[in-house]
Design a protein around this ligand. Sequence first.
Ligand code: PRX
Length: 704
Amino acid sequence: MTAQFEEQPSEAQIAVHWREEGYVYPPASFIAQANGTDAGLFERFSLENFPECFKEYADLLDWDTYWHTTLDTSNPPFWRWFVGGRLNACYNCVDRHLRDRANQAALIWVPEPESEATVAITYRELWRRVNEFAALLRDYCGLRAGDRVTFHLPMVPELPVAMLACARLGIIHSEVFGGFSGTACGGRIADSGSKVLITIDSYYRNGELIDHKAKADEAIEEARKEGVEVEKVLVFRRNPGQYCSLTPMRLGRDAFVDEVLLDYKDAVVEPVSMPAEAPLFLMYTSGTTGKPKGCQHSTGGYLAYVAGTSKYYQDIHPGDTYWCFADIGWITGHSYIVYGPLALGTTSVMYEGAPTFPDPGRPWRIAERLGVTTFHTAPTTIRMLRKLGPEEPAKYAYRFKHMTTVGEPIEPDVWRWYHDVVGKGEAVIVDTWWQTENGGFLGSTMPALQPMKPGSCGPGVLGIHPVIYDENAEEVPAGSGKAGNICIRNPWPGIFQTIWGQPERFVQTYYAKYNRDPKSTDWRDWPYLAGDGAVQAADGYFRILGRVDDVINVAGHRLGTKELESASITVDEIAEAAAVPVVDDLRGRAVEMYVALKPGITASPEIEAKVSAAIEREIGKIARPKAVWIVPDMPKTRSGKIMRRVIAGISNFTAVGDTTTLANPEIVEDIRKQVQAAKYARGTVPAELTPEQIAEIQAFGSVE
Ligand code: PRX
């Protein structure tokens, strides 16, 4: 057995290896109906016209009071957009559509079991449900504008109803992805200071009715440990009238929503007129260090930004049937299932379950039956559908005009299957690059006006001016083939306002690295650091390489190494742990854990299993490691920092790079032999990595 051990390629070598893909042009049928066909848009949104250009997005909304200042930069980088303006997000997504489209479906919900009927909720019905739920939040829970409430809900229509009901009252919602564990949810409850948790008894996933209420009790226990006492738990029932959970309801604390709602039948709640800068919601995401960060999004700036990008980049028209196949538990679902599409008055489809249940033809059956025109998903789903059902799309008579990919880099090969087979060569594709922190898209082609290039997201979107900086804050020129840190030169309305409760961390993480003068109130001195490596081609298109901080993107979901490591060391036998990404055929990246044991403990498969179980308990199933390696010691710098980049190289069979700064360089070879021999034995040696993947692994953890 010999492991190939390449030398680390230089940046110049990587440059030679980048293969530039050719352009693919949008079909004429798409251009003929597109929202963005006026090339004058680029001029209107040029840097010279910043920040006033964003008036065009804000004017897509109805304002109670128009703003007087487009952008206030007096307290950087805490930008304030549309200052003086007042509006209500729920009014903009629901009430204002009643005049023209009360009987049009706002939401179409597809349950996972195929035998269950699809549910269409018209704008009128949505208005009724939102009003009743808002009355319950206000009068039964005593919640007011500015209070926080946590949801731990899967893909059920009650989730957008609850979000909009909060928005109607100015209550800040914080939805935790349903697949996260109770413990993970509890940490987010405590951080946000929520006194109310909204959950559901059960939901379907992969043919199984999952007991979800059990997680609520774990969440409340965790929140209590962290000093926050939840007073009320509102429980929806997946199947009307039936309680499908083994966990008892706690008297005085837990209530079934359907029972309480009887008291609020036909209630009408006036939308509360909120300042543009009032927070609309929190969305937690993983960071380099410490606990997940609660990204705080604004009402006016956020809603304007998602409405504008939904119009031009999602090309949403009110008459479309738009299906974003993401989970509302992530930012994509907030912006591009709920707020953006509903602000524009379209029909937004929600699907409860797994993409390939009961077979990989399922999404295409749904698309055919509902007449979906616009489809939006992540590379990980596309890869899975391609693997399990490459011929399936051709069997169904749906026709997409527009498709989106989001969340991770998409391999050109996967892109082409999406285009040729899923899109049947008739749909335009946008590869949208952005993050939880951003509210909406940062990089994408304008679908009717700019050609697509497989594997590249495209240039910055309207009003977004990206730049790549090297470690010395020098601009890396387009076409140089060199990778660097992608930043955005200017603020934009969708940018999050702060990390909830941690303003210093906000400044430190996103602005400190390239800030030119901490006292400056000129936005030009405050480039936003995205935390991704990228390369820019001569035509201005960006190719995103992936995270340069200690964040692992598994199936489009961000996992912080720190959280994985903290979960691992809850296992008694573990002294130290390090998480690294490995390239994975389906999920893009998967997690491998390296752990060192306390003195006197012997390695065993049981300990490996305990580590996996601890991660599932603390974070959730999505974070389960692909392998747990018990190693004699970790490669460390002299200051005691674990060099994750080195073990990431071992796991991926790429060069480990410079090890001269290690205190214990001899350990590297021992670990390499142990891990790579095991991978040969298990048949899990990865295929040769692309230059982009090598660059990402080698840059892993390079930004602190
Ligand atoms: O690394 C980038 C990757 O996903 C990260 C953001 O993850 P999250 O905050 O969970 O938001 C995902 C959905 C917006 C980014 O830092 N990423 C996102 N979109 C793309 C991408 N990488 C390449 N291409 C994309 N289109």
